[in-house]
Unconditional design. Structure first.
Lengths: 238, 238
DNA sequence: TAAAGATAAAATTTATAAATTTCTCTCTGC
DNA sequence: GCAGAGAGAAATTTATAAATTTTATCTTTA
């Protein structure tokens, strides 16, 4: 669902395999397919209405991205979650995104700054939840949120690094999806984005890096508290 | 050939798909399969003596790693090389490996330092080329070289980051393989490794980072000179 | 109760069929 | 007479269906 939201005019996903890949990925990231779950071919064939070959290809791609675990001769599984992985992913994301942000700011152009301003403006005026009472995921907000963060690091000048950051974002998205219903409303995430934007436009690199890092660490803290409190099976690493 | 050299006692690659994946990857990295070449199923089936499905699965995995380009409905191609990509990969590798090295050194333990010393010792006493006259790739040296560099960043405490570094190393290996025959003997790479080791054991983080970065940039310079001089088709980006 | 064998289920691979692209040849128009 | 468009055939990629191999489960036996 929130995968590939950035590529708007993506050309036709002509093959079934890629279409399935995208659907499967979206279902895993949104945790509609729960972490650890076994992905039986028979079930997938029926549920996604496709043959074995395209499914198998999709699963193999996801294996390389570490969203699916393929155990030789005994099938595929949704990658389990763990507090360890949450910590590792967050730490890594802080490292590489502050690095990428630093480079982006070093390459800053007026165009980039203006695009960032616009992206933030759009994000700001979009409601986090479709329902004011209880949380209801707003795909529009998710897309804009992702676009804002992507833009922050987008000027670093390294496609491989950007790709790696996207992968980390994907893998962390799953953790957010698990706790978001409860974390809703305990946090003013909008203020954090505004502060980051200000630091960037002020050309205060050190401050921008500090705030971005804090932003991700706070997210992880909330998820960790929520996950640790509700169900302890999250601690199962394998 | 030099893929997975680090995992010595790797458990049985029970499925054909994985075995094909490894062989294909090795052939691409060594440029036995030339950059840009079309990977026709018919040819692959015959050459690797396997069915379509395992081949297709292997190709899909390699696509995610950006070693193979899959064009929808029109087949697979070995990722072309370009001076742009060489530059981008090198830059990125310098960024993330200095980062990882910094963390590794922050977490340094006597065990780690000793392992590094041993890894360097082994590398040092292994000949770069099997033939003293003209270059002849020594797989043993390649393995030890890779192990030394892997150890340098291995203590950073982030599996995702280590994985990313490995991927960058793979993608750059291909460029080295293209120019190594000529670059042989113009460089005392051993001295560079020794200097890095010394800086690490001296706990001089800044110097170690500087030397590691220099090491990679020098490699890229040599490749760039060699590639630009001999054949200009390397400049074709897509 | 534990081990061995048999049965069932599931994953992997091969074989076959369908769909798409690419190439070639012809025909038309300038 | 030549360039370009279009139709048809060949080649190739993609998808489905069938067969094989491996793993897991259950029963039986020692």
């Amino acid at each position: 669902m929130n995968v590939n939201l950035l590529k708007k005019g993506a050309e036709s996903p002509a093959t079934l395999a890629t279409s399935i890949y995208e659907r499967l990925k979206a279902d895993i990231l949104s945790t509609r397919l729960e972490p650890g779950r076994k992905l039986q071919l028979r079930f997938l064939i029926e549920h996604y209405d496709a043959g074995q070959t395209p499914l198998r290809e999709a699963l193999n791609r996801l294996t390389t991205e570490d969203l699916v675990i393929g155990k030789e001769q005994r099938g595929f599984f949704v990658k389990p979650i763990s507090l360890d992985e949450l910590h590792e992913l967050t730490k890594t994301r802080c490292w590489v995104e502050t690095l990428a942000l630093r480079e982006s700011m070093a390459n800053a152009t007026p165009d980039w700054e203006e695009a960032l301003l616009v992206a933030h403006h759009r994000l700001e005026r979009t409601p986090r939840s479709l329902n004011a009472e209880r949380f209801e995921d707003n795909p529009e907000w998710e897309m804009l949120h992702r676009a804002f963060h992507a833009l922050l690091i987008g000027g670093c000048g390294s496609k491989p690094l950007i790709g790696f950051c996207e992968q980390l974002a994907d893998r962390l998205y799953r953790y957010r999806a698990l706790s978001i219903r409860k974390a809703f409303r305990v946090r003013k995430v909008g203020d954090e984005h505004a502060a980051i934007l200000k630091a960037v436009l002020d050309r205060d690199t050190a401050e921008a890096e500090r705030l971005l890092q804090l932003h991700y660490e706070k997210t992880a803290d909330i998820i960790r508290a929520d996950l640790g409190a509700t169900n302890n099976d999250a601690a199962a690493t394998r």
